[in-house]
Design a protein. Structure first.
Lengths: 158, 774
């Protein structure tokens, strides 16, 4: 099987790896680079647990191929905090109890971060529709909506 | 469940007192930071040096005899290091054991993890392979030749009960029927339970409602697929890291299934990505251990989502008949239920639990419950949050709604007139101790929700739920460290992350220190005595009983240290507000000693301060809840939208109230999913056709409104802080509440769940000509 040599940037660091043609970006992150913060819930693009940001675009990493990441910039949950300083979304997810088991949390954090980049003051409805691709089975989503709103307010300086 | 309560069991009477920590908010939720940074380690995140990847070959048939299995070509594929089939596992005798809220039978467990004579459902494991890569393991599966003799299959519970139905097990003769039937059938068990005289009760009724309900099988839908990593050492010890709700129970099952000593199996529960009862059973674990033993390498196995749907979970689909009668003044005189529950491929549905929950919101004199546990060609059912209860509540709460309507009594008022209370005799045995059902109904009456006017095609529904709180074996150890901080090691699996906070808060309350000075640490199986799993809402309730006992042992040890230091008898020392003090002024004038001061002195006065508890918790108080929902029905599409949702529940005492509410939101969302969308769908070959999150649609954020939760606190009389189990009750009422709301919106009753758009349209069409004629 062909092995591809890929150079890319992950969370600001230059990374190079070898991967098989069949490996998804999710497989590469988890199995080759041991960045296991990105989770696999379905591997078919239905649950959003593997959400990452590639060149500014929110994607399901299970649907992107590892071999096509050459030259791209990838952001994962591991790069969200600045050192020991949590991102406001991370802090408010904890504070509002927007996570229980936590398996969907990395994907929800990446999706929420992208939402707030596009729309710094989203309504409840906008949050619910933007996050409709991220399944959570524990929370019923209430507290996730609250956490995103609280983080948005803090990030706006409101 | 499944065994009578022990006369040597432990309960601690409720101790009313002012609380400083419990009921507040912890300054730091111990599990959460690693979860938001991606550093929390779930089973699929574990990797061991030299590990292989294991994959399972699964049956494509719903029902077939296995004529032969040829693994020779797979074994020869480069990179394949081990293959296992039925021949690698010892057969098991019939032997029952508790596993979560359901009973298991080892004869069936070994056949469910790896088919022996037959495959009994689409997805049933037939062989497993360990190879140096996942790709090679998958290729090897294709090289395994299995010769099947395909048999007729049966999926539906009512069809499976018919005399001519394909029989799954030739040795299954219905238990609970005298004399023993001459022919085998799919009805594993017929059970009855009664109180009073139900026929006499119906004679007293002015109104009788009798209805039949059908529900679909639904999956727990945890986002984390099952995953296990096993390492069988050359010393004959198996180490397993896995996604489980009960590491001690899994250890016992692995040892039994592989004929190992329990002492040679160590199970470490990883951070759990959702369970809801579905991670109460071994699936991959024994296979991974056996593959590791054969290959002499660690083996990692992770299910795909397709495998999760086809071969784990789900809950029982059911057929239920409910008949209830009431007098004109709204008093229920008799209640009858027949419950036909799918068990899946092997006996053991949630029938027994459904029989306990069925009418246990009401104070009834005459009850008859009949139930059948029925096998069919589906995956063996697993517990799912209040197993069996949402389905029977759909029926009972629907009939109660119809009775209230027929008698022109408000549905909450009707329930109040019949509400179970302290002293109510249940049909299954015990009398209820102090409970909070009435309090939830009274609080529900005060909800602002009820004052909001409804528009066209909108309706409001009410339903209620009951669930017990399981006790069982529970252990904990507390160490008071040299600096006066406390480490508490607990044996229940922290399935949602709330337990670590709750135990820290409870120990802090006991020791008179702040919760941030207590670290609650999940155990592996090597550090504590046997613990039953996190099931039956027992995690925080029973777990905290062991934690309290252990802490009080450590406090006794601290009093001993103070007594030795002061040269007085130990009974002359008391522990109050975080300090050892002289019990009275006659003891002597000694400065109180704080926990850190005592910790510093411990070594000289005899050794480290620790406490532990190994108890069997009994007689825990059940929980009750009342839900109110508003829906809007789109008559063009048949879509039902939930507009408003309110949950009122008795928590006994909420240790961490915001977290308790979070669990209620999640359970109600699962119930809403059951009500509106979720169901297992099969083709005519008995293969599941919606084994993925695209086609098995669980609620997403835009499907749901804001869920309102209110906590009622009626203390559990047999817990020191009054805590009741909270996690399961709120999944029980949603199906029924939504069905009642759909009726309020449309004038049409629905008797088949889920209430998906095609079903709603059909139900509306069925009555449309009649309504037009009127």
């Amino acid at each position: 099987m062909a092995r591809h040599h890929v150079n890319c940037t992950i969370n600001g660091d230059h990374v190079d790896y070898l991967c098989d043609t069949s490996q998804s970006l999710l497989d590469v992150l988890r199995d080759e680079l041991e960045l296991t913060g990105t989770k696999e819930g379905c591997a078919t693009g239905d649950c959003g647990a593997c959400s990452v940001i590639v060149d500014g675009v929110l994607v399901c990493s299970c649907l992107a191929m590892g071999a096509e990441m050459n030259g791209k910039s990838i952001e994962t949950v591991e790069g969200m905090a600045s050192g020991n300083e949590l991102h406001p979304l991370q802090r408010h997810f904890i504070d509002k109890i927007a996570l229980q088991c936590g398996i969907c949390t990395p994907g929800l954090l990446m999706a929420s971060r992208k939402l707030l980049e596009r729309n710094p003051d989203p309504s409840e409805e906008e949050i619910r529709f933007w996050l409709a691709g991220n399944l959570c089975r524990c929370t019923g989503y209430n507290n996730i909506v609250d956490a995103v709103k609280a983080a948005a307010a803090e990030m706006r300086g409101a | 469940m499944g065994r009578p309560p022990s006369p040597f069991g432990t309960m601690i009477k409720y101790e009313p007192k002012a609380l400083h920590v419990i009921g507040g908010k912890p300054t730091d939720r111990p599990d959460a930071i690693d979860k938001v940074t991606g550093r929390a380690r779930y089973a699929a995140d574990i990797n061991l040096p030299g590990q292989l990847f294991g994959k399972v070959l699964r049956s494509p048939h719903a029902h077939a005899n296995i004529l032969s299995i040829d693994v020779s070509a797979a074994e020869k594929l480069p990179g394949v290091k081990a293959v296992v089939t039925r021949d690698d596992f010892p057969d098991m005798e019939v032997e029952y054991a508790a596993s979560g809220e359901l009973m298991i039978n080892f004869k069936d467990v070994t056949r469910n993890m790896m088919a022996r004579e037959k495959v009994l459902y689409d997805g049933h494991p037939v062989a497993a392979v360990a190879a140096t890569s996942e790709a090679i393991a998958k290729k090897a599966l294709k090289l395994i030749k299995v010769e099947y003799e395909v048999l007729p299959h049966v999926i539906n519970v009512v069809e499976a009960m018919q005399p001519g139905a394909p029989v799954l097990h030739d040795d299954m003769f219905t238990r609970g029927v005298e004399p023993k039937p001459e022919k085998p059938s799919n009805v594993a068990l017929r059970m009855t339970s009664k109180l009073g005289d139900v026929e006499a009760g119906f004679k007293k009724a002015d109104v009788i409602i009798e209805r039949e309900y059908n529900t679909a099988a639904t999956h727990q839908g945890y986002i984390e697929p099952h995953a296990s990593v096993a390492h069988y050492t050359d010393g004959g010890v198996a180490e397993v890291w896995t996604a489980t709700q009960g590491h001690f129970v899994f250890r016992a099952q692995i040892a039994k299934l592989l004929k190992m000593d329990i002492s040679k199996v160590k199970v470490t529960p990883c951070e759990l990505g959702g369970g809801f009862g579905g991670k109460n059973n071994v699936y991959l674990e024994p296979l991974a251990v056996k593959l590791s033993q054969k290959s002499r390498r660690p083996v990692k196995m992770v299910m795909t989502r397709d495998e999760v749907f086809r071969a784990s979970g789900p809950t029982s689909g059911t057929n239920v008949k409910v008949k209830m009668g009431a007098t004109k003044d709204g008093k229920i005189t008799a209640a009858f239920a027949e419950m036909n529950y799918q068990a899946g491929a092997f006996a053991g549905s949630s029938l027994g639990l459904a029989a306990i929950t069925v009418f246990t919101r009401y104070d009834l004199e005459n009850v008859l419950v009949v139930g059948h546990d029925v096998v069919c060609n589906r995956p063996k059912v697993a517990a799912y949050r209040a197993p069996g209860a949402p389905m029977i509540a759909f029926g009972v709460e629907g009939v109660v709604d119809e009775l209230a309507e027929a008698l022109k009594i408000d549905p909450i008022e009707f329930r109040l007139r019949n509400a179970a209370k302290e002293g109510t005799q249940t049909h299954f045995g015990p009398k209820l101790a102090r409970i909070g059902y009435i309090e939830t109904l009274e609080r529900a009456k005060q909800l602002d929700h009820l004052k909001i006017p409804l528009g066209p095609n909108q309706g409001r529904g009410v339903a209620t739920g009951f669930w017990f709180t399981l006790g069982m074996e529970t252990s904990a150890t507390i160490n008071i460290n040299e600096d006066g901080t406390a480490s508490v090691i607990f044996g229940t699996v922290d399935v949602t992350g709330g337990m670590r906070s709750a135990f820290s808060m409870i120990v802090a309350e006991e020791l008179g220190i702040t919760a941030d000075k207590v670290r609650a640490i999940p155990s592996d199986t090597s550090v504590l005595g046997f613990n039953f799993m996190t099931a039956g809402s027992r995690g925080t309730t029973a777990g905290s009983m062991a934690v309290v006992k252990a802490t009080r042992n450590a406090i006794a040890r601290m009093c001993e240290i103070a007594a030795r230091k002061w040269g007085v008898d130990q009974d002359q020392v008391v522990f109050e507000n975080g300090h050892c003090r002289p019990a009275g002024s006659n003891v002597g004038d000694f400065e109180p000693l704080s926990v850190p001061a005592l910790a510093k002195e411990a070594s000289y006065y005899g050794g480290t301060i620790a406490g532990h508890a190994e108890i069997n918790v009994v007689n825990q108080g059940p929980g009750f809840g009342t839900h109110v929902v508003d829906v809007e029905v789109d008559r063009q599409t048949g879509a039902v939208k939930v507009l408003r949702y309110s949950i009122v529940q008795d928590a006994g005492k909420a240790v961490f109230p915001d977290f308790v509410k979070g669990q209620w939101h999640g359970a109600a969302a699962q119930g809403i999913g059951m009500a509106l969308n979720e169901e297992y769908l099969y083709n005519d070959k008995g293969q599941m056709i919606n084994a993925g999150f695209l086609d098995y649609r669980i609620p997403v954020a835009s499907d749901l409104p804001y869920l309102h939760a209110e906590i009622v606190e009626v203390p559990n009389p047999n817990h020191p802080y009054g805590v009741r189990g909270v996690g399961e009750v709120p999944i029980i009422p949603p199906i029924a509440a939504i069905a009642n709301a759909i009726y309020d919106a449309t004038g049409v009753r629905v008797y088949e769940q889920p209430f998906s758009p095609p079903r709603i349209l059909a139900a509306l069409d069925a009555v449309a000509p009649k309504m037009a004629a009127e």
